[in-house]
Design a protein around this ligand. Sequence first.
Ligand code: GLN
Length: 310
Amino acid sequence: MAELQTIVNEIHQALLPRLGEGKVADYIPQLARVDPKKFGIAVIDIHGRVYKAGDCDEPFSIQSVSKVFTLTLALGKHGETTWNRVGREPSGSAFNSIVQLEHENGKPRNPFINAGAIAISDLVMSGHTPREAIGEIVRFVQYLADDETIAIDPDVARSETATGYRNFALANFMKSFGKLDHAVDHVLGVYFHQCALAMSCTQLARAALFLANNGKNPLTGHTVVSSQRARRINALMLTCGHYDGSGDFAYHVGLPGKSGVGGGIMAVAPGRASVAVWSPGLNQVGNSLLGSVALEMLAARTGWSIFGTQ
Ligand code: GLN
């Protein structure tokens, strides 16, 4: 395998002519006006060496990538009882779909579709006001990335709230089945704020490093979760992290990963490295188009696919 920085540079160079492909999310103005030609990649190996290229230090809206962090928090608070509220199966439907909820009595299929993440936000709130829960999420992400500058973009949070009709529908639907403990507007307040976290590829890769290293952040020495829990979170990212594009992502990339409509993807090569990519143009199921291509190239050149080394 070529030196990792060379591989990262080659991926960046290869994608330069394609920047702008895909469709930037436009449901809120803050996402619609992001330059579609942005591209960043950061890889951090479990020894803490960083390899990066492009706009890798520019913060962007992490959106649904945040669902990995809130799931980790909820599991820390509630352990396996978390699974009484959300399932662990791929949904096969769009990230904001409501259809499946009716068939399963308001229990979302997994923690990474919107309905499931809203149920997880409800669990993170236990014993907290919405403001405290938001503070806990921000502090947790800062702790994971070892970076106190990470913050929520308040304009994004406001816009999410103003336009989040579908998420209100999902939350009200779950509430009608008794599946949320807290008031719908409080739960969604937490959910919209976690989606509005702004982070760079470098910060995201640092925050994911514990998942590549059996639950322990090798940079800080902090044990975040047990090795069993890290493995299980990775399993969920592999099967559910890209909505109804999860099978395709596993086929092409072969790494656990989580996407967001801001164009970010956070991925994990267990035992080797964490990776974050950012390219705002999305494919038809709402995952970063060139971000997925970049990760496919990285997995091919490094042999990091969890399904085989060639
Ligand atoms: N804030 C977005 C929403 O709730 C997040 C969706 C996503 O990133 N897939 O619709």
